[in-house]
Design a protein around this ligand. Structure first.
Ligand code: IPD
Ligand code: CA
Ligand code: CA
Ligand code: CA
Length: 261
């Protein structure tokens, strides 16, 4: 029942977004010069919210551009109408729609859909995770030194001690590949299906990670905050891995890097 609505919303938003493949669209700035929002983000958000409200008019909705609607419900839909807006605005096909559903504070369902690569990732609490209906699982990489990682950068607070640039520098100097795709939801989905061994980021919002962190957990991985403690999508830092390298990756992020062998 919830899954049907999730799929309906993801597909409707994908149709709306891909309609603009050959059309111009309006791009505006949010707080900073390169913090963008497009008219397509708003169009996608509108159709997702309409789809959810049609099925569940009383459910709580938290969505990036519009904020919070109807807060008094055990069920909460957490929506990013386009994750990777900067990519989308540049027509880089690495962006997605991300929708998570929480019940009494626990994420129970999540979908991340990249309509440009036609990749639909779904996760259901206790039921595993799939990519285009096929079960997925995290990688088996055993050490950080041999891992392929991914991260993202906020628009501010880059230079704080042990912040995004300092941590990034640590990996790059040791030759550990750290990619930057520009969509946290896809970063998490790609950890879930084993393309990446680990992901960390310092400052995310609930809509960036709500669906993706469930995908990682359901694909057999582990998700914590930057200190290795219990993860909450309402707090900014995240480390998500295949589980095997998790404790080691948290140590690298904290600054405890093993001696070079
Ligand atoms: C952004 C992406 C990016 C992350 C930023 C987010 P948006 O979301 O997820 O990977 O590094 O912090 O704001 O704005 O494209 O939905
Ligand atoms: Ca944004
Ligand atoms: Ca986002
Ligand atoms: Ca967004």
């Amino acid at each position: 029942m919830f899954k049907n609505t999730l799929l309906k919303a993801l597909n409707a938003a994908a149709d709306e977004i891909t309609k603009f493949n050959d059309l111009d669209f309006k791009i505006s700035n949010k707080e900073g010069v390169n913090n963008l929002v497009t008219e397509v983000d708003h169009a996608s958000e509108k159709i997702i919210i309409e789809t959810i409200k049609d099925a569940f008019p009383d459910h709580y909705i938290l969505s990036e551009e519009i904020g919070e609607l109807i807060q008094d419900s055990q069920y909460k839909w957490i929506i990013d109408p386009i994750d990777g807006t900067v990519n989308f605005a540049h027509r880089i096909p690495i962006c997605c729609i991300s929708i998570g559903l929480e019940h009494n504070g626990k994420m129970i369902l999540g979908g991340v859909y990249n309509p440009f690569l036609n990749e639909m990732f779904l996760g259901e609490r206790g039921q595993g995770a799939t990519l285009n209906d096929k079960p997925i699982s995290v990688s088996k990489k055993a050490v950080v030194e041999n891992a392929c990682l991914v991260t993202g950068f906020p628009y501010t607070y880059l230079d704080e001690p042990n912040g995004p640039l300092e941590v990034f520098d640590r990996f790059i100097r040791r030759g550990v590949p750290v990619r930057r795709l520009g969509s946290a939801a896809i970063d998490l989905a790609w950890v879930a299906c084993g393309r990446f061994d680990g992901f960390y980021e310092h400052k995310l919002q609930a809509w960036d990670s709500a669906a993706g962190f469930l995908l990682v957990e359901e694909a057999g991985g582990r998700v914590t905050n930057l200190k290795g403690d219990e993860y909450s999508p309402y707090k900014p830092g995240i480390v998500a891995t295949n589980g095997i390298i998790h404790d080691e990756l948290v140590e690298w992020v904290k600054g405890n890097v093993p001696k070079q062998s």
